[in-house]
Design a protein around this ligand. Structure first.
Ligand SMILES: Cc1cc2nc3c(=O)[nH]c(=O)nc-3n(C[C@H](O)[C@H](O)[C@H](O)COP(=O)(O)OP(=O)(O)OC[C@H]3O[C@@H](n4cnc5c(N)ncnc54)[C@H](O)[C@@H]3O)c2cc1C
Length: 343
């Protein structure tokens, strides 16, 4: 049996742990806090359907929604809301529409989002897009992993990797040494910290973004609506989430200003939007590989260590978790991961 330690119980680590256990590995997952406490907790939860993401991550994105359907069929607690998205404005090009994306006019946009005050003259509709509650999905993965024997060690930080003659034999933690044949570094924006201790730089940086949770009239927003300055979607009944760009300030005053702007924007966009109330505004730290593409594969600086770090981790968690597990447990190298190798 393979002994795998997964560092980080965000959605990516939880998915790796679940899929590895499903293949029969003995897995321990260690998190310095609770499952989902990192970027995952503050994520917008959009599952993007795209067959044509350019670059090394493209093959993973191309099968991401199919993998969500597979996972939701395996684990009923993974609930995906396949309501599609409606995008307009500068961020979204309409020149080269890939399959599964449709150009819609104002009338069609209004049919999709009846509460829009002024429907855009032209927008892109992606019916295949979905959304999840990132924390609930992580909990579902961790729960299913534990049912398959995975040990969760929460509230315990990994402080370093123990190596013998260049090979990882476990992780040092605030609770002592945990032995392992393989160690998966899925600790998000903190992956470079553990790698630096091995003398290796990993091109991943922290990328803050703001998530707002709001309440308001049910059915105010039906799809995922993405405008140039904000993404918004319904969460559970009468609750919404909105994601906006981080402006560089961390103060409470800056967050309050962002929240104010989002509320005004929702009121401008939607009839009934003036009744939306803010519940919380928080900054989430996204793990952002420098070139924007996932870093997945054996870590060249130490045999037995494996990196699994990516932006769009909500979209990619099911596919990445399955492929990483197949590599670790069965040694099956996934062609979809070839462009993502840390080397
Ligand atoms: C506002 C916002 C909106 C977003 N919207 C989307 C979206 O719509 N779609 C999408 O696909 N992605 C989105 N993302 C990005 C997505 O949330 C992340 O890519 C994803 O959550 C990363 O998951 P992860 O498991 O790799 O990292 P994390 O969720 O950060 O998990 C890392 C875990 O490692 C633990 N940890 C760290 N260091 C240690 C250590 N030394 N020892 C033990 N444990 C450790 C942390 O406690 C944490 O639980 C968004 C992010 C933000 C902030």
């Amino acid at each position: 049996m393979t002994d795998v330690v997964v560092v980080g119980a965000g959605i990516v680590g939880a998915s790796v742990a679940y899929h590895a256990a499903r293949l029969g590995a003995a897995v321990t997952i260690v998190d310095r806090a609770l499952p989902g406490a990192g970027a995952t907790a503050e994520s917008f939860g959009w599952i993007g359907a795209s067959e044509r993401v350019p670059g090394p991550g493209g093959p993973l994105h191309a099968i991401a929604t199919r993998e969500y359907r597979r996972l939701a069929a395996e684990l009923p607690a993974v609930r995906v809301y396949w309501k599609g998205s409606l995008l307009w404005g500068g961020r979204h090009t309409v020149d080269d529409l890939e399959p599964g994306r449709h150009l819609v006019d104002a009338e069609q946009a209004a049919a999709l989002e009846p509460n829009l005050r002024t429907p855009p003259k032209q927008a892109v509709h992606i019916p295949g897009d979905g959304a999840v509650d990132p924390l609930a999905t992580t909990d579902a993965l961790v729960g299913a992993a534990r049912e398959r024997g995975v040990r969760l060690v929460a509230g315990t930080a990994v402080t370093g990797l123990r190596t013998v003659r260049g090979r990882v034999v476990g992780v040092e933690t605030t609770g002592g040494l945990l032995g392992a044949d393989s160690v998966v570094l899925a600790n998000g924006a903190d992956v470079p910290v553990l790698c630096a201790a091995l003398g290796a730089a990993v091109p991943v940086g922290p990328s803050p973004a703001i998530l707002l949770r709001l309440t308001g009239p049910p059915d105010l927003v039906r799809t995922i609506v993405a405008t140039p300055d904000m993404d918004v979607r319904a969460a559970r009944d009468g609750e919404f989430v909105a994601a906006v760009r981080y402006t560089g300030e961390t103060s409470a005053a800056e967050l309050a200003r962002s929240a104010e702007r989002v509320r005004d924007r929702i009121a401008d966009l939607f009839r009934g939007g003036e009744d939306v109330r803010l519940m919380s505004a928080r900054v989430g730290i996204r793990p952002m590989p420098t070139d924007g593409h996932p870093l997945i594969g054996p870590f060249p600086a130490a045999r037995g260590a494996y990196l699994a770090v990516m932006h769009s981790g909500i979209t990619l968690a099911p596919v990445a978790g399955r492929l990483v597990a197949e590599e670790l447990v069965h040694g099956i190298e996934a062609p979809e991961l070839q462009g993502c190798r840390p080397g």
